[in-house]
Design a protein around this ligand. Structure first.
Ligand code: PGA
Length: 250
């Protein structure tokens, strides 16, 4: 299992349903020239490319975008945590809002997947976040509290799991919460339970080269989960280089 405490910050590239052999080889040709001490870079390609990215990548870790609740058996189309572990995958995004929305993934399913990932020594990146409607009706904290309580299992701790706060309305829209709102939500998450105090908590939702430096200055934010901007390798590299994340203790 990756030792999370070895890193001051985390940059997770969520490629979603994008990529090709040509894209990957050009991407890694650029990325492999960089070595970011103490900054943990995780590439999450579509699953058929996991091995290819793993073989070509020199300094990055590899993450899956989802996994199955099931271990093995008659579950056509599923990919188990055991298989992900077998091919050497280090991280896995779970509960992304697109999975919750388009594939009706429940908190219960997220918890199940998280449990299986931890058992297989893969770090879950557990996504939570409110919709615009929930934000506008001042329910952000209530929603975060519910998602955390229902999707993070007992066995999750600061060494084996990461949380990503991703307001649903900020994903792929170019809109972001204010810096204070991000800080407040991260602080709130840490306070839900004592054990979250030292968790790595990432921010995600329209992170780009224009806002990443400011977001990286927020004390309670340990890194970013990046979609659109992670597909442009030059921008992704700049985001990593320009960030000012240090190792805070809370
Ligand atoms: P975005 O996506 O950076 O394109 O907003 C983030 C995510 O979905 O994880």
């Amino acid at each position: 299992m990756v030792e999370l405490s070895n890193f001051t910050s985390f940059f997770v590239a969520n490629w979603k349903l994008n990529g090709s052999f040509q894209f990957i080889s050009q991407y890694l040709e650029s990325l492999n020239k960089e070595k970011f001490t103490k900054k943990c870079v995780v590439l999450c390609p579509p699953s058929p490319y996991l091995n290819y990215v793993k073989d070509l990548s020199k300094h990055s870790f590899i993450g899956a975008q989802d996994c199955s609740c099931f271990e093995e058996g008659a579950y056509t189309g599923e990919i188990s945590t055991k298989i992900l572990s077998d091919i050497g995958i280090n991280f896995c995004i779970v509960g992304h809002s697109e999975r919750r929305k388009y594939f009706k993934e429940s908190n219960e399913a997220v918890k199940d997947k998280t449990l299986k990932l931890i058992e297989n020594r893969i770090i879950p990146i557990i996504c939570i976040g409110e919709t615009l409607e929930e934000k506008n009706s001042n329910r952000t904290n209530e929603i975060l509290n519910k998602q955390i309580n229902e999707s993070v299992p007992e066995s999750a701790n600061e060494h084996n799991s990461i949380i990503a706060y991703e307001p649903v309305w900020a994903i792929g829209t170019g809109k972001t919460p204010t810096l204070n709102e991000i800080e407040d939500s991260h602080k709130f998450i840490r306070k839900i339970n004592k054990k979250f105090l030292n968790f790595k908590i990432l921010y995600g939702g329209s992170v780009n080269i224009k806002n990443s430096k400011q977001i990286s200055d927020i004390k309670n934010v340990d890194g970013a989960l990046i979609g659109g901007a992670s597909l442009k390798i030059e921008e992704f590299i700049k985001i990593i280089i320009n960030s000012s994340w240090f190792n805070f203790s809370y």
